[in-house]
Ligand binder design. Structure first.
Ligand code: I3P
Length: 128
């Protein structure tokens, strides 16, 4: 049987390595601290894992390790934000709770794919 034969496990949309910094918590501005993060988009959630080396690229294994943090994409806002960084290919994700993250990749195709995939999930949730 498939790993999701009960239909209860949310679908893995995308996973990969991005540079990440949180820039606001509950609307309060934070000091930037860029770090590589293993980012996993599953169901309505974007999850950030600390150590990319403990993850495998071909899948998301629940119980493998604990996400460092998790973002609910319902009502979230996504926008390109190259003016907010000296780095290229930066977008900003803002949650309904006022948490803001910058995500970045030096590879153009990687960041555009992440942007459109996250945007698709946000649109889907808006319509529900
Ligand atoms: C910050 C660090 C960040 C930089 C940020 C600096 O300095 O260099 O990488 O953001 O610029 O303030 P520090 O390590 O002393 O905190 P970018 O790489 O995104 O440009 P900023 O203050 O203009 O956001």
């Amino acid at each position: 049987s498939s790993p999701d034969s009960d239909g209860m496990t949310p679908e893995l949309e995308k996973a990969g390595l991005l540079n990440k910094t949180k820039i606001a918590e509950g609307g309060r501005k934070l000091r930037k601290n860029w770090n590589p993060s293993w980012v996993v988009l599953v169901g309505n959630s974007l999850m950030f894992f600390k150590d990319p080396k403990t993850q495998n690229s071909d899948g998301w294994k629940p119980g493998n390790s604990c996400p460092e943090s998790s973002v609910d994409l319902r009502g979230a806002q996504l926008q390109w934000a190259n003016e907010l960084s000296s780095k290229k290919n930066v977008f900003k994700l803002r949650t309904v709770t006022g948490n803001e993250f910058l995500l970045q990749s030096d590879t153009d195709s990687v960041i555009t794919e992440w942007y459109s995939t996250i945007q698709k999930v946000i649109y889907r949730l808006d319509k529900e």
